[in-house]
Design a protein around this ligand. Structure first.
Ligand code: F3S
Length: 286
């Protein structure tokens, strides 16, 4: 089996930064907990759990004896106010590229523009971004654009993990409807390079394995992008899923595999998948 790994795959800068902050606090023996899932990856969350670092779903469950870590996706303005007003000790691991969107929104909100946020309204990143605007609306499909009321001018921002081609399509549809549009392409570089890298390998291999959390937005985008190019694309969270008998039978028909991983996927998961396929080559009797 020939194995091709995407040029850019796995942990991004924002995730590494958040994990390194936690590691430093852990080494200083600080008592910490995380607000929300630090990142959307079960392996990482379980490793943190083993060190006694858990996450809470609601600020109502705060443990005042612990320092709170803000997840990479950020929190809403109201939540930040709550932490300050209640003198909660916290460290902010929000990715600076997400914080940058908050700043953009704060500035635009002072102007005459309405704000359109393209992304998943249920994702914590989008909930946090929206909280920075008084009049922002969240859309995530061409259908949503049809429902937008008439506006003279809008400013547009995107979820950091959006599919770049989808963003272009949405912009084109908005331009058909609204005259003055200011576009802030806030899709982060880590997302863009991972998407470009999977577009390069997907057409030249028999099948593609995308590794990452099932609720990881950027991993799901990589999966859909690859699937459009190569229908034999599979999304797994861990190498152990490859041992599924049905999948194994299909792999035996193939000669080459492309491997990529979302921005929240740890390097060891990527390595385990590579090892699995290296060993599969040696054992054709499966
Ligand atoms: Fe930040 Fe982009 Fe990673 S927004 S957390 S660098 S996917």
């Amino acid at each position: 089996m020939k194995i091709y790994t995407a040029e850019e795959a796995g942990f991004c800068f924002g995730v590494k930064r958040a994990l390194s902050l936690i590691e430093q606090l852990y080494e200083k023996e600080e008592n910490i907990e995380v607000y929300g899932q630090l990142i959307h990856n079960n392996t990482v969350l379980k490793n943190l759990e083993k060190k006694g670092i858990n996450y809470i779903e609601s600020l109502a469950n705060l443990d005042k004896n612990k320092k709170l870590i803000i997840r990479t996706h950020g929190i809403t303005l109201e939540e930040e106010r709550y932490l300050k007003q209640n003198n909660v000790l916290y460290e902010d691991a929000t990715c600076p590229l997400v914080k940058k969107i908050h700043t953009i929104i704060e500035k635009i909100d002072q102007s005459e523009h309405k704000i359109i946020i393209i992304g998943d309204k249920n994702h914590p990143e989008i909930k946090a971004i929206k909280s920075y605007s008084k009049n922002g609306i969240v859309i995530n499909s061409i259908e949503d654009i049809k429902k937008i009321e008439k506006m003279k001018s809008v400013a547009i921002v995107a979820q950091t993990t959006l599919d770049t081609d989808f963003f272009k399509k949405m912009i084109a549809a908005i331009l058909d409807k609204i005259e003055r549009v200011e576009i802030f392409n806030t899709i982060c570089d880590a997302t863009k390079v991972r998407q470009e890298a999977v577009k390069k390998i997907a057409p030249k291999v028999d099948f593609v394995i995308v590794i990452g959390g099932k609720n990881s937005s950027n991993t799901k985008k990589l999966f859909h992008i690859s699937k459009k190019i190569n229908p034999n694309t599979f999304h797994i969270e861990k190498s152990s899923e490859l041992e599924n008998f049905e999948l194994l039978n299909r792999f035996k028909l193939f000669n080459s595999v492309g491997i990529t991983a979302g921005a929240s996927t740890p390097p060891e998961e990527l390595e385990n998948v590579k090892i699995f396929f290296k060993n599969l080559k040696l054992d054709k009797e499966i």
